[in-house]
Design a protein around this ligand. Structure first.
Ligand code: PGA
Length: 257
């Protein structure tokens, strides 16, 4: 029997930190948490990330579904971001990632899956459409997040200021390097820009679970939890949220000791 995950509050406000024994254990707990929320409210509105971090969560949810333990037939999903100039059919797109790892393996209704269109000719109209669709759905009930090693959440990159609505963003060099695997390990093929949900949709989500694994995330996690609230670390704004869980493996928690 593994030791129970450690729960650590931080500061006068409650970012609820749990340090699991391993990434796998955190992912299984996260999938269980999502499944429970969907069972309690079948039409749950989920905010979903891509990247390496949620892969095991998707794997666990797919396995739960395959065992008959979870139906997503009425759930609604909004992905956080998409590369500009990349079509959904392109293997490097976040849409293709989601089809591969999740959408193609569960019973989500296609009409309940919401995605930014990286090919939209009018970017402002596309961003307004996405924010309106999310508003119409009632906002995010449960938002699953990763964190960039530079402290970004979705593609809200560090800078002098942050944007509230959905918007187009210029990706940092670091973020393009981190996404090279989707483009044949060639960072020069990673698009320069992307569309992302803004900080408003993230901070207005009713519940947030942020996952971070590995030593490369330790600095960003410490800045998010212990540092000042600053656009230099977009994730630090989560300190202002009422209901945030930060679930870590021991390596990502190293900076919190
Ligand atoms: P990763 O990305 O899961 O691939 O580390 C996380 C993020 O950039 O938000």
């Amino acid at each position: 029997m593994l030791p129970r995950p450690r729960t650590v509050g931080w500061g006068p406000f409650s970012v609820n930190i749990r340090v699991f024994n391993s990434e796998q254990e955190a992912a299984a707990a996260c999938a269980g948490h999502i499944a429970q929320a969907v069972r309690a409210r079948p039409s749950l509105v989920l905010g979903l990330p891509t990247g390496r971090t949620p892969l095991n969560v998707y794997r666990e949810l797919v396995a739960l579904h395959a065992r008959g333990g979870l139906s997503l037939a009425h759930a609604r999903t909004f992905n956080l971001d998409e590369f500009s100039g990349v079509s959904p059919e392109d293997g490097g797109s976040f849409r293709a990632y989601m089809d591969r790892h999740f959408f193609g393996k569960v019973d989500l209704a296609p009409g309940n899956i919401h995605f930014l269109d990286g090919m939209a000719p009018d970017v402002d109209a596309e961003c307004a459409r996405y924010d309106a669709a999310l508003r119409e759905a009632g906002g995010l009930d449960l938002l699953l997040l990763g964190i960039g090693a530079n402290g970004h959440v979705a593609f809200n990159e560090p800078g002098d200021s942050l944007q509230a609505p959905c918007h187009r963003v210029r990706l940092s060099r670091e973020t393009r390097l981190a996404n090279a695997a989707l483009f044949g390990d060639d960072p020069t093929r990673v698009p320069l820009e992307a569309l992302t949900l803004g900080m408003a949709s993230i901070l207005q989500a009713r519940r947030v679970v942020l996952l971070a694994f590995g030593a490369s995330k330790a600095g960003a996690v410490a800045a998010m939890v212990k540092g000042p609230v600053t656009p230099r670390c977009p994730a630090s704004f989560l300190q202002l949220h009422r209901d945030v869980d930060v679930w870590l493996d021991p390596e990502a928690a190293r900076g919190l000791a």
